[in-house]
Design a protein around this ligand. Structure first.
Ligand code: NAD
Ligand code: DAU
Length: 416
């Protein structure tokens, strides 16, 4: 296996920490640099188990700092970037869109430009294809470490690539024309057996972008910049769009960890609207595994959708969480159902997301490994067993956030 110097941005966050862990453990010959600003969502405690590994290094840096990143590219001779750093919470984007544009758009552009300048300045092994013609088919060289749309001028060619992690939310919202749910087979080939879909359309790689929230608009914009760097400068880029992730180390502003924590503390569960919105849930380690496969074997300039074939209405998912937490804590069945509190809906709340990841399955052999029942059990147990991790991040700033997001706007009563 070739030696590589890879930057993973946002490695102290939820998904990033799973990707860093996977790469550090699986590729001891790679140098893995975790670049993270450590915003409220970044937490080095997510990586305690690997922080002393010789092939791991943490660098505290803002992705918007072009000079610092360009210097890092030079100092560490970076030949691969897996870009996850972002502002990621839709509710926060509704309150503060500027921060999302700055980090997600300008931050991504800053990384792209620094990588371009550095890779272009390198001798042969790093050279990229120039004068890429949009009308012509790029020449792909298939196979593991050689599958890159860059000039292979010597046997030591390094497969530099800029891999941008994005979201299914860029596609907008799907119609929920089967609110009662329909059984497979769906239009997609790779449907999950025995699981329902709530409409007959899915997000495909070809689906037109139609983002609705400031978060998804900022991610859509960053995706466009990444593709533009390929089409204009020949930068070896890949984009993937994934559905909702769940699992350990997720910041408790997102539905699943927030609700597990609230059930444990007998706090109200703020269900937006009628709880009928549908999300497609994927266990985070399956996403990390897909990122590994795509980083190594994905075709340059391609887009891959990553999803769980696992649609759930929020309210049904919430009931599964309640049942699981109650069972594990030894509460009688149904004990925590009274915590469900319907509150004002999220502005512009997308009705349904459902990814078709058939392309990834057929071209690169990836599919989700965990059934949802197993994944949610593991997840609930992890949060209940790691109360200290949760307590550390739910004090101080988090209390202010919670107050502002759920109490001062009248969603929940303050005495709760
Ligand atoms: P997260 O909010 O848990 O983590 C984001 C990380 O980025 C944090 O460690 C934070 O400190 C870091 N960061 C933020 N701004 C930064 C900056 N300016 N410079 C450097 N670091 C910065 O996010 P997540 O849920 O792990 O999502 C990771 C990526 O995956 C994001 O790009 C997100 O859009 C995408 N994504 C997330 C999901 C999901 O369900 N969570 C699904 C699909 C795609
Ligand atoms: O689809 C991928 C996206 O999934 C990622 O790109 C985002 O980074 C990630 O945050 C997630 O976005 P969602 O908005 O779908 O996730 P969230 O956990 O915030 O909400 C899931 C659903 O639960 C959504 O329909 C809103 C609802 N919800 C959420 C919260 C926080 C509630 O009903 N109450 C809540 O308090």
């Amino acid at each position: 296996m070739a030696k590589r110097n890879i930057v993973i941005t946002g490695g102290a966050g939820f998904i990033g920490s799973h990707v860093v862990r996977l790469f550090v453990n699986k590729y001891p010959e790679y140098n893995i640099i975790n670049l993270d600003k450590l915003t409220y969502a970044g937490n080095l405690a997510n990586l305690k188990d690997i922080e002393d590994k010789p092939n791991y290094k943490f660098v505290k840096m803002d992705i918007c700092d072009f000079e610092a990143f360009y210097q890092l590219m030079q100092d560490e001779k970076i030949d691969g970037i897996i870009h996850l750093a972002a502002e990621s919470h839709v509710d926060r984007s509704i309150k503060d869109p500027f921060t999302f544009a700055k980090t997600n758009v300008m931050g991504t552009l800053s990384l792209l430009q620094a990588a371009k300048l550095y890779w272009e300045s390198q001798p042969e092994p790093y050279k990229m294809v120039h004068n890429y013609q949009q009308s012509s088919e790029p020449e792909f060289i298939e196979g593991n470490s050689d599958s890159c749309h860059i000039d292979r001028l010597s046997d030591q060619s390094v497969d530099c690539r800029f891999y941008h992690i994005s979201t299914d939310e860029v596609y907008g919202a799907l119609k929920m024309n089967h609110p009662e749910g329909i059984e497979p087979p769906f239009k997609t080939v790779a449907s999950s057996e025995g699981h329902k879909a709530y409409g007959d359309e899915f997000f495909y790689e070809t689906t037109k972008y139609n983002p609705h929230s400031p978060y998804s608009a900022s991610k859509a914009s960053s995706d466009h910049f990444v593709r533009a760097y390929h089409d204009t400068y020949g930068m070896p880029t890949i984009v993937t769009n994934c559905s909702n992730n769940y699992g350990p180390y997720q910041f408790p502003e997102k539905l699943i960890p927030l609700f597990i924590n609230n059930i444990r503390h007998r706090k109200p569960l703020p269900v937006y609207g009628k709880g009928e919105n549908v999300r497609d849930w994927l266990y985070v380690e399956d996403h990390a595994r897909a990122i590994d496969i795509i980083f190594h074997n994905g075709k340059i300039a391609e887009t891959y959708n990553i999803g769980g074939f696992n649609e759930w209405k929020n309210i049904d998912l919430i009931k599964v969480m309640i049942k699981t937490v109650d069972r594990i804590l030894g509460n009688p069945e149904g004990h925590s159902l009274d915590l469900i509190t319907y509150v004002t809906d999220r502005l512009g709340h997308d009705a349904r997301y459902a990814i078709d990841s058939t392309k990834l399955q057929q071209e690169l052999g990836w599919e989700p490994s965990l059934q949802f029942e197993e994944g949610i059990e593991k997840t609930v147990r992890w949060y209940l067993d790691n109360q200290e991790w949760m307590d550390n991040i739910t004090s101080g700033e988090y209390e202010k956030y919670y107050e502002e997001m759920y109490h001062s706007n009248g969603k929940l009563k303050t005495e709760n």
